[in-house]
Design a protein around this ligand. Structure first.
Ligand code: SF4
Length: 324
């Protein structure tokens, strides 16, 4: 995709910040050398092994990339695929989604989980329609200024949709860098400033290669350098991998977080929302009471959905997905 030149203050600020970050990263020539040794094998591997995913096709455009990035945060590709296809067919442009009630976004989100992402995506679509003439903006700072768009999503859209040089740091990329460059089995539980600096230092110089590198490292982490069972035998950078060269030492840091679901408020919220999603009409409290036996937890989950704006309470103890 070709991006138009943006001379807005937001674009200038973003470029200045990138240049400042580059200046800091430029002080470590050894790391630069490591980066150069990794670029070609990883990018070449991606050229032959990348999955054919709909949001990677040219017709997806920046909106398709943005929708996929919202959906893929915390949800695996195979669960995202059918929802993404339906979503893009129904709302092929941001303005199409913006014209609908936010509750329709929550309904179409289905069982992807973390449904506040649907509300955020709807809010971003409205802002794109109102402030950007219906086109997803192509500058990192402009994207970050949209409601519900965080650092990761802004970087991913700039890199994948507009082919610009930007560090894109998701769980998969962090794991690849932790192993291949830092020699650690796992990255820290939360992204650190040191990881961001490392990711910037590893970026190829030119936009095109940097964009491919971002997608390729993500794919390598998803398909080969996986959390539980890295397949080092088919890894294109096995010969340079710091963790392998160190003898694959066991993780020494804090215990890794695991997420449970059964019995949590998240599960109750999911069940309550499932009732509301399948009904076009407002739902009585009695229908919601049937999905979970424990009344205190059920009430807490419902209160949470209301305060998050995912459910709208009506007179007469009835509830529906939000219209505004
Ligand atoms: S060699 Fe193994 S641990 Fe190292 S980057 Fe490749 S898959 Fe990951």
């Amino acid at each position: 995709m070709t991006a138009t030149t943006d001379t807005s203050p937001a674009a200038s600020a973003s470029a200045a910040s990138d240049r400042a970050a580059d200046a800091v990263d430029a002080v470590d020539p050894e790391l630069r050398e490591t980066a150069r040794s990794l670029h070609s094998p990883v990018v070449d591997w991606f050229a032959t092994h990348a999955r054919d995913l709909p949001w990677r096709r040219p017709e997806a455009g920046a909106w398709g990339v943005m929708v996929s990035e919202f959906m893929l945060q915390q949800t695996p590709v195979n669960r995202v695929l059918p929802v993404y296809e339906e979503w893009m067919e129904r709302w092929p442009r941001p303005a199409d989604l913006a014209a609908e009630a936010p509750g329709e976004a929550v309904r179409a989100w289905g069982r992807l989980g973390y449904p506040r992402r649907a509300l955020r995506l709807h809010g971003a679509a409205k802002a794109i329609a109102e402030r950007h003439g219906g086109e997803v903006p192509g500058e990192h700072a402009q994207l970050l200024a949209l409601p519900g768009v965080g650092e990761y999503t802004a970087a991913a859209v700039v890199s994948f949709a507009y082919g610009k040089r930007h560090a894109v740091l998701d769980t998969n990329v962090r794991r690849v860098f932790a192993r291949a460059v830092s020699g650690q089995q796992y990255p820290p539980n939360a992204t650190t400033a040191a990881e961001r600096k490392l990711a910037r230092a590893l970026l190829p110089e030119d936009d095109t290669t940097a964009s491919r590198w971002a997608a390729a490292t993500m794919e390598l982490g998803a398909l080969v350098c996986t959390a539980r069972g890295p397949e080092c035998g088919r890894c294109p950078i096995a010969a340079q991998c710091a963790w392998q060269l160190a003898g694959a030492p066991e993780h020494q840091g804090p215990a890794r977080r695991t997420q449970s679901y059964a019995g949590t408020d998240r599960q109750v919220r999911g069940r309550l929302l499932a009732v509301l999603r399948t009904s076009k009409d407002p739902v009585p409290q009695s229908a919601l009471d049937r999905v979970w036996d424990e009344p205190v937890q059920r009430a807490r989950a419902l209160d949470g959905l209301v305060s998050d704006g995912l459910v709208e309470p009506l007179d007469g103890d009835r509830y529906r997905l939000p219209l505004t």
